[in-house]
Design a protein around this ligand. Structure first.
Ligand code: AP5
Length: 221
């Protein structure tokens, strides 16, 4: 099954993708994670992407498309994949269709996580991760036993550079202006399944499972 996990910054795409990876044994293709790896490695792509990501703007369509094209052709995507954070513009979505057509695949369903703006800001501003092992935390929803310290390895917790307040505001604006139109795009293709992204992580997982196990044909307008 080829799935697009769609939603604004902080809606829980990464959290839910992890669960789908484990349950269905298909890989997550997160353009945000790929770009952050390039930034960390200080590769030419990473050096170019860093300032764009830190501002909350989108990296160019050509660059992210190149990343996805390379990743999707790997053997581990043969039985399906979850796209997280891609596509994010209509040109990206058109290019994805062409790319998949070339390899005789298509998107089977799009799960759109619906979360209100106040909650998105709360989630993003409180998100923390371990600077050593990467384990994720949240200051309100999933706090460590000792403040600012990883339960697993004892290293310091850090905030993602683009979770700073001004950047979050811009990321949400960019989502409204450049990405949210994809909901109508996917709806017209009959692929869109909207679920409430508010509630416990387990409740949202259950909604997603019911859509996937109905083969994307369930009644989720
Ligand atoms: P990307 O990494 O894709 O970030 P994003 O879309 O802004 O999404 P996030 O990763 O911030 O949030 P999420 O929805 O995954 O939520 P999460 O599960 O972490 O992109 C970063 C940047 O890269 C972009 O701004 C852009 O510059 C560039 N980029 C990436 N893709 C691109 C593309 N295709 N084109 C161009 N540029 C691109 O959850 C958030 C927090 O909430 C966590 O703390 C989590 O624990 C908590 N949480 C999750 N679910 C719940 C729940 N049910 N209840 C309570 N807390 C919850």
């Amino acid at each position: 099954m080829n799935i697009v996990l769609f939603g604004p910054p902080g809606s829980g795409k990464g959290t839910q993708a992890q669960f789908i990876v484990e349950r269905y044994n298909i890989p997550q293709i997160s353009t945000g994670d790929m770009l952050r790896s390039a930034v960390k490695a200080k590769s030419p792509l990473g050096l170019m992407a860093k300032s764009i990501m830190d501002s909350g703007a989108l990296v160019s369509d050509d660059i992210v498309l190149g990343l996805v094209k390379e990743r999707i052709s790997n053997d581990d995507c043969q039985n399906g994949f979850i796209l997280d954070g891609f596509p994010r513009t209509i040109p990206q979505a058109d290019s994805l269709s062409e790319l998949l057509l070339d390899i005789k695949k298509s998107v089977d369903l799009v799960v759109s996580l619906e979360v209100d703006t106040i909650e998105l800001i709360r989630r993003l501003s409180g998100r923390r991760a371990c600077s050593a092992c990467g384990k994720g935390y949240h200051v309100l929803y999933n706090s460590p036993k000792v403040a600012d310290t990883c339960d697993a390895c004892g290293a310091a917790l850090v905030q993602r550079a683009d979770d700073a307040e001004e950047t979050v505001t811009n990321r949400l604006k960019v989502y409204d202006e450049q990405t949210s139109a994809l909901k109508s795009y996917f709806k017209e293709l009959g692929l869109l399944h909207s679920v409430s992204g508010t509630g416990t992580i387990a409740e949202i997982q259950a909604s997603i499972v019911s859509i996937i196990e109905a083969g994307g044909t369930g009644d989720h307008p």
